[in-house]
Design a protein around this ligand. Structure first.
Ligand code: PLP
Length: 408
């Protein structure tokens, strides 16, 4: 069987046996290294998606592979009923990254981390303010996951419609509109939940003033501030481990959720809450069979160690600034880009015309993996090992396509 036939067979099996929840692109990746991916025919691609921001260290990082390999051969899983290696050390590292007196609950994904945060906030609301204090305010255009509660939290009615009735108690306000937030936080509200930079919604940042005002408002009304850092975490946005720590924000959330890049592509998530809030959880309140297992925790420790050791936050600042400047230059030189948004290596070009999917498909044909959001937005989330030369290849492609349109 030739390599091309493997793709054809796989695509046929996909169509025959998978639920059609994904419209997969016409590529099958079989190998990766750093920011390069290789398809079934050995063709090389530059990856500007990084598994939707889950592979910040780059593909097949040896430190993660070694950590996983060693732990797989030793002990894979015994559940959360017993102590294991790596779990507690990872919790200590996460608390160290966030600072303060905090406690961790491990989950298996971003949605699960947010579910945990929602449950914790509701139990805290009931404990501190009394029964009925269960409301959670989130932003319109946000994305917090696909489970029923996180879908209810997600401020995108189109994604919710088919799955009604969803869990109640969620209200949505326009991002960066303080008055709307002030009006939405009532005596029944236990938490406000925000992404510092909306990722799936199209890379829309909280303005610094808004995040600070939201924190102040939560403090004044004795409501929790939950920051969903599932996509923005682990140096994705450059200078700091989490976006809310960036100099322009310097926020101090009560609860932070993270996932995606924590174990460089292996499934893990975490809820990290101030200790006094976390203490409302008692044995039996929440749990997971798999979460916090020694293999994924070993992978996460190796990942965080390498992100720090290789100063990939520093690289994200430099290379991200280069990409942003290049996109802004394209916006100035052509009529094709209306706006450039984001920070570090979480960036988006908002196109003037609804051609995002068409451009992403052409990029793939030319060996560049980029992500289209909706009709107008190209999102760039490369591994943080991305270099200037790779960014220039992307900018050359965008320059050509914005000048000429796709070649077919
Ligand atoms: N929260 C944010 C901000 C996300 O970007 C995502 C996924 O894209 C999620 C939550 C859900 O994470 P997962 O797909 O791991 O459940």
């Amino acid at each position: 069987m030739t390599m091309g036939e493997i793709y054809v067979k796989t695509a046929a099996l996909d169509a025959a046996f998978h639920m059609p929840t994904y419209a997969r692109k016409e590529a099958m990746f079989v190998r990766g290294s750093g920011m390069r991916l290789y398809d079934d025919e050995g063709r090389e691609y530059l990856d500007f998606v990084a598994a939707i921001g889950a592979v910040n260290l780059g593909h097949a990082h040896p430190a993660v592979a070694d950590a996983v390999d060693a732990q797989m051969r030793k002990l894979v899983q015994v559940s959360n009923l017993y102590h294991v290696e790596h779990r507690d050390e990872l919790a200590e590292v996460l608390v160290g990254l966030l600072g303060g007196d905090r406690r961790v609950f491990f989950a298996n994904s971003g949605a699960e981390a947010n579910e945990g945060a929602i449950k914790l906030a509701r139990k805290w609301g009931r404990t501190v303010h009394g029964e009925g204090c269960a409301g959670i305010v989130t932003a319109l255009n946000s994305f917090h996951g696909r489970t029923l509660a996180t879908l209810a939290a997600t401020g995108q009615p189109a994604k919710q419609e088919a799955f009604q009735p969803l869990p109640g108690g969620f209200t949505h306000v326009p991002l960066n509109d303080l008055r709307a937030l002030e009006a939405a936080v009532t005596a029944d509200t236990c938490a406000v939940m925000l992404e510092p930079i909306q990722g799936e919604g199209g890379v829309y940042p909280c303005t610094p003033g808004y995040l600070q005002d939201a924190e102040r408002l939560c403090g004044e009304r004795h409501v929790l501030l939950i920051l969903d850092e599932v996509q923005t975490g682990f140096w994705r946005c450059g200078a700091t481990a989490f976006a809310h720590q960036l100099p322009e924000y310097r926020a101090d959330p009560d609860i932070v959720t993270c996932a995606k890049a924590m174990a460089n592509g292996l499934p893990i998530g975490a809820v990290v809450a101030r200790a006094d809030i976390a203490d409302v959880f008692q044995p039996g309140d929440h749990g997971s069979t798999f979460a916090g297992g020694p293999v994924v925790c070993a992978a996460a420790l190796a990942t965080i160690g390498a992100l720090i050791g290789e100063d990939l936050g520093g690289n994200a600042i430099t290379v991200g600034a280069h990409l942003k400047a290049g996109l802004n230059q394209l916006a100035a030189d052509t009529a094709g880009i209306e706006e450039v948004r984001g920070t570090g290596l979480m960036l988006a070009a908002h196109l003037a015309e609804p051609r995002a999917a068409e451009f992403a498909a052409e990029a793939l044909r030319q060996g560049l993996v980029v992500n289209a959001i909706g009709t107008h937005i190209l999102r760039f989330l490369p591994p943080l090992v991305c270099g200037i030369a790779e960014v220039d290849t992307l900018l050359d492609f965008l320059h050509a396509i914005l000048d000429t349109g796709p070649s077919c």
